[in-house]
Write a protein that binds this ligand. Sequence first.
Ligand code: GLC
Length: 537
Amino acid sequence: MTGIDAAAADAHPWWKHGVIYQIYPRSFQDSDGDGVGDLRGIRARLGHLEWLGIDAVWISPFYPSPMVDFGYDVTDHRGVDPRFGTLDDFDALVEDAHARGIRVILDYIPNHTSDQHPWFRESRRSRDDPRRDWYIWRDPAPDGGPPNNWLSAFGGSAWTLDEATGQYYLHSFLREQPDLNWRNPAVEAEMLEVIRFWMERGADGVRVDAVQKVIKDEALRDDPPNPDYHPGVDDPYDAQLRILSGDRPEVHDVIARMRRLTDAYPDRVLIGEIYNAIERLMAYYGHDGAGCHFPYNFQLIKLPWDARTIDEAVRGYESLLPPGAWPNWVLGNHDRHRVASRVGPAQARVAAMLLFTLRGTPTLYYGDEIGMRDVPIPPELVQDPWEKNLPGQGLGRDPERTPMQWDASPSAGFTTGEPWLPVAEDFARVNVAAQREDPASLLTLHRRLIALRQAEPALALGRWAPVDAEGAVLAYLREGEESRFLVALNLGEAPARLAGDWAGEVAISTHGEREGEAVRGTLELRGAEGVVVRLRA
Ligand code: GLC
């Protein structure tokens, strides 16, 4: 918290000025040689995160699970899957992380359970089982088909017929992930207790999985067709506007109750995973602090890497934020292709500078700090059910979930066994150990950007203001009480310039050697260069 004084810290909790790092536990560090990462592995690698300057980790699910969706299909929301360790391992991880000043955010999966969860096993026993109404069951349509047109995110109908009881159950994701019925107060009460359980155990917050799905249209009306859908090009899931199968007004009441529970503990954070249009996303901040601390903002993942497009998106986002709402930015996660693959290695440096200099909490996906790329997965090694359901369409998520590349030893230091997904071929060169030693590496750049952000309240918490630029240049100001910075990023490969009467000096450049250089008048940028300029007062 260097640079941010105590008074500012009160007004600005850690989740505002901190940097969040997402860990996909299967792929971070294996401690027992089974080829799958685990909690002890994470604990052993906390030193890397502390060195990097990370303030919090968000750990994707480690709960008991048949792993059909790799942990997003939960059979016990209050346990640890033996593959990942034990509750004791969790406690030890939290203790060590806290000792290093690193908070621990958990993944909370309210919308569905595994079909192997005891609740669902009971629910499917008979139509009048007391647990029947814990999930969403309906009679077939008159033609025997599904009750409505809702789609599963992973392909096909969101309904599966249970032959034994003659009804369909709803699953917004895999058929092995039946949706809970949050309109049943007993379900809500039980699921809210899950948040309490982990907060009591020391968790610093939750990332709420697929939260907009939690409440569906009560009458189960069909979703309307999406007029912008391009058959054969777009993901078939986007054929409909999902405005009745989720994103219902009543979801905000549920989130308000999650928030109230979160706020009963000091310094905790509630983050919503919501893929939606920016205008609709804003509703998830809630009224009067009753919503998420922030709903994840995935624009940088979804938009083309084009300066004018991103400039417009940043301006739009900043202008739409409700009063008091805190922004956030994300470049990558376990569901989307790696940023270094999307934009290429040179622009990955520019992207890092963008992530750490925009206004709002940055979330960094494990491995992006060393420029890990999507790893091509041969068909016989495919793990992700999405790829299995819709092969060859580029939807599979295995490529961005491969083992963390720690060093040049076998399996990149991730495991002594056979890794669950192949390690990238370039691991001998692209790894933490090699990049730590290299002042020009992407890893070093990340560390320096994070350090600058944490040292400068203008960057961590200050105002943002747009700067008009042209062509491939994206520029903006960050302003605090004591300092002002110009950020200028060249999203193109050719040299470019930012006209203006600038006066200051380069604080950091993606190209390293320019630091301290005086800036006067027009700012010249090399191809794929980004600079942060400390402006003269
Ligand atoms: C979220 C997760 C994704 C998972 C899905 C179902 O979108 O990020 O990985 O498959 O929810 O739980």
